[in-house]
Design a protein around this ligand. Structure first.
Ligand code: MLT
Length: 279
């Protein structure tokens, strides 16, 4: 069911999938956050499956899907506040949060301030480091391209999110992602690139996590190199690494069953009874 809240004067769209489960999972909530140029539509199948047991909330982050832009920069902190407002409107005080890519950056910003509202969080093709200088320069160049013609960036970026060997196989998915991204405004795209460019290094959040963390990475991710991100899984014993073979940046399409299963297992881990002395 579609819902909207007003956040900083902008309409924010989200869905709240009710629980069909009768086996004690009723209060258990999973929040799914999509990545850059996507929308909550990427979660359709995951949400359908998870909502058999859990309450599932999907949010269109500012500038994406049916949610409006806010000002001139969508910082990860502001997007995390937006998520908090949605949860507040639903009176949800605890959840497991799963963020794909940019949604993972938002999840980390949320965890920084509201870890007490999380039973655990998953970074799905995402990570906790800030943009290095070279990447910031790339983003500035990309921002200029978008200001002239966003379609150029969208057409180049979206296929490049898939492992090279998967681009033919998933051509219909790629076309659909391009179509959906093309409905975003220039301002929405630029705002998110500005926000990602200036996001903080949040490796300390991983290091000090007091809740279970899942880091799910694609072995063939063209934009987030597996070997350079893998060490982040060593930052804390709370972190479980799942490596997806033959997968780029789009595990929910390229390794659908495997990544859904990993998320389900992770959710179970987040709801294990606490050991003595744990909060
Ligand atoms: C995403 O997929 O959300 C973004 O490409 C992540 C990024 O650009 O850092």
């Amino acid at each position: 069911m579609d819902h909207f809240i007003l956040f900083k004067g902008a309409r924010i769209h989200f869905t709240d999938h009710t629980v069909k489960d009768t086996g004690g999972n009723k209060g258990r909530c999973i929040v799914l956050l999509h990545g850059f140029l996507e929308s909550m539509a990427i979660w359709d199948e995951f949400a359908q499956s998870l909502s058999k047991r859990y309450r599932v909330v999907c949010i269109d982050l500012p500038g994406h899907g049916k949610s409006e832009n806010i000002g001139f920069v969508h910082t990860t902190e502001m997007m995390a506040e937006c998520v908090k407002e949605v949860l507040h409107s639903l009176m949800i005080s605890k959840c497991v949060m799963v963020g794909h890519s940019m949604g993972g950056y938002v999840t980390l910003a949320f965890a920084e301030k509201y870890e007490h509202n999380l039973r655990g969080f998953a970074l799905f093709h995402s990570h906790a480091a800030a943009d290095p200088e070279e990447k910031k320069k790339d983003r500035n160049r990309a921002i200029q391209v978008v200001k002239r013609n966003p379609v150029v960036l969208i057409n180049e970026l979206v296929p490049n999110l898939f492992a090279e060997g998967n681009r033919k196989k998933f051509i219909l998915d790629i076309e659909e992602l391009i179509r959906n991204a093309s409905s975003m405004t220039k301002q929405g795209i630029v705002n998110c690139m500005e926000g990602m460019k200036d996001r903080a290094d949040r490796r300390n959040i991983l290091q000090n996590a007091r809740v279970p963390v899942l880091l799910m990475l694609g072995k063939k991710d063209p934009i987030m190199n597996f070997d350079s991100l893998k060490p982040q899984a060593e930052l804390s014993e709370q972190i479980q690494l799942v490596s997806l073979e033959e997968t780029g940046h789009m595990g929910f399409i390229e390794s659908k069953e495997e990544s859904l299963l990993a998320i389900k297992r992770f959710i179970l881990r987040c709801h294990l009874p606490l050991k003595e002395g744990e909060e």
